[in-house]
Design a protein around this ligand. Structure first.
Ligand code: FPP
Length: 237
């Protein structure tokens, strides 16, 4: 899609990094940074949609995040729990379709129920398609997909020879969303950290030093501008 000479990416993925450093700069506990980081998510969703972005995917909790101190894991779960609960109402107000990717089977029962309810309540919404990665890791996703494909082959639902990139991608958590056009990572780190590694094979990568709680519409616009300049120069391959 093109608006006033800017090529708008259809799908943007974000690694929301830097909450801990943002809090430390203010002599506050890391959990304060996560709370602030969580607060800006709804606004970024609105800004993204108003810019013409159709899909937004965020890395909220990775398979590696369980290794953090228990108090921090508990706080992140508390924030996610409240986000999921509030999203049922917000998604209907904003016409947003919300999905969760990752292995949610090990999450507490109440969170699994909230996810199920939220996905069900928002599935017909036609605005932004917002995907939240919780207990997500690319390697884990690929292993789960390989296991499911192997089971289908062993039980005769598919033939081993049918397994190609296209079919395999149908076993991934992201089967119903397009691959990201642009991936943004905040806070200056330049790694994928096990996020959407299969799906970002051709994605433009944008790194900014801005810490996630300071990320806003102007920063999103800069990332989109970068994407636009790259695609104009090199085409879409
Ligand atoms: C990385 O910052 C951020 C996280 C591990 C969690 C991201 C989660 C949120 C923003 C809140 C919940 C999300 C939603 C969708 C409501 P870091 O702690 O690694 O920061 P640091 O690198 O400065 O230590």
């Amino acid at each position: 899609m093109q608006v006033r000479d800017v090529v708008i990416p259809e799908h943007v993925a974000i690694i929301m990094d830097g909450n801990g450093r943002w809090a430390r700069k203010r002599m506050m506990p890391r959990t304060y940074g996560h709370a602030q980081g969580s607060r800006i998510v709804e606004q970024i969703c609105k800004d993204a949609y108003n810019m013409g972005i159709k899909y937004l995917t965020v890395y909220a909790f990775s398979t590696e995040n369980w290794r953090r101190p228990k108090s921090e894991v508990d706080e992140l779960m508390k924030l996610l729990r409240s986000y999921l609960a509030n999203s049922i109402k917000d998604s209907s107000k904003n016409n947003m379709k919300v999905r969760v990717i990752g292995d949610i089977s090990i999450l507490p029962d109440d969170m699994q129920s909230s996810i199920y309810e939220l996905e069900k309540a928002s599935e017909k919404n036609t605005g932004l398609q917002f995907t939240v990665a919780i207990n997500y890791g690319s390697r884990d996703e690929i292993v789960r997909a390989a296991r499911a494909a192997a089971r289908d082959a062993a039980e005769g639902r598919i033939s081993y020879d049918d397994i190609n990139e296209e079919l395999f991608s149908q076993y991934l958590d992201t089967r119903d969303i397009p691959e990201p056009d642009l991936l943004i990572r905040t806070s200056g780190e330049k790694r994928l950290s096990n996020f959407l590694m299969w799906q970002t094979a051709y994605t433009e990568l944008y790194f900014t030093d801005v810490l996630w709680p300071d990320f806003n519409k102007d920063e999103l616009a800069k990332a989109v501008q970068y994407y636009s300049s790259r695609t104009r120069k090199f085409g879409t391959v």
